[in-house]
Each structure stands twice: as structure tokens, then as C-alpha cells.
Design a protein around this ligand. Structure first.
Ligand code: SF4
Ligand code: SF4
Length: 123
């Protein structure tokens, strides 16, 4: 079953030297990788909890318009997908550029990430 409640991080707002949410969440949902905070275990998040959102000083954590896509069995949360699609309903490239501003996309899965977003756009 795909989990439908988990945080996403706006990478444009998140501060690289901050560890607040990582240290705060008792379920270890967050992790730091190469100085970037990731939602590494979305399935561990407790439905209805939004305590980490309240304590983020940069207001970078969101539960709104979060979507999860599956890439080779790895579940990835995407921030702002619906907002980008509404802003550019007829222009996938512009919508994708908008999504890139708010998500950290690991280089090694960039093409697969784009494909998965494209599939959502074409639905
Ligand atoms: S608390 Fe906010 S700014 Fe700090 S690491 Fe978490 S998401 Fe980033
Ligand atoms: S909502 Fe609660 S359980 Fe989920 S990541 Fe934040 S603090 Fe952890």
C-alpha cells in the first residue's frame, strides 16, 4: 500500500547546516545525505502527525500537495507537483523546471525521475 501521509521538504528553503527535523522526529523519517536533508523513510511517518512542520524555522516542510512516485521500488516524495501542473497545464518543461526548484533530485535517477513526473503530467 502506498502511504499518503508523509512530509516533503522544499529544497529551496531548507538550510544545509540545519539538523532540527532530523533530530526531532522520533521515527527517523529524515536523514542527511551529502549535506542535504531528505525524507528517507516516508513509510515511517505517523498519519496525522505534523509536529516537524511546526518546528522547522524555514517553513520548508509541507504535507500539502505531496505525492509519492515509485522509481525502481524506491518511493520518492515530490513537493509541489500539483501546484506546478496547475501553473503550467500545457507546458511540461516549464512545470518540470518549477518542480526542480523545490525538490532535491539525485543525479543518478534524474532521467527516471523526469519520466515518472511526465507520466503523472500525462494522466
Ligand atoms: S528543520 Fe527545516 S530547515 Fe532544518 S533541516 Fe529540517 S527541513 Fe531543513
Ligand atoms: S510528521 Fe511526525 S512522524 Fe512524520 S516526519 Fe514529522 S515528526 Fe516525524
Amino acid at each position: 500500500m502506498t502511504k499518503d501521509w508523509f512530509p516533503t521538504i522544499d529544497s529551496g528553503r531548507c538550510k544545509k547546516d540545519c539538523y532540527i527535523c532530523i533530530n526531532f522526529c522520533p521515527h527517523k523519517v529524515y536523514a542527511k545525505e551529502k549535506n542535504i536533508t531528505l525524507v528517507s523513510k516516508p513509510d515511517k511517518c505517523i498519519s496525522g502527525c505534523n509536529n516537524c512542520k511546526k518546528i522547522c524555522p524555514e517553513k520548508a516542510i509541507s504535507f500539502i500537495s505531496a505525492r509519492q512516485i515509485d522509481i525502481d521500488g524506491m518511493k520518492i516524495g515530490i513537493n509541489g507537483l500539483d501546484d506546478a501542473f496547475s501553473k503550467y497545464p500545457d507546458n511540461f518543461d516549464a512545470a518540470y523546471e518549477e518542480i526542480k526548484k523545490h525538490n532535491y533530485i539525485p543525479k543518478d535517477i534524474e532521467n527516471k525521475f523526469r519520466e515518472a513526473v511526465r507520466m503523472e503530467f500525462d494522466r
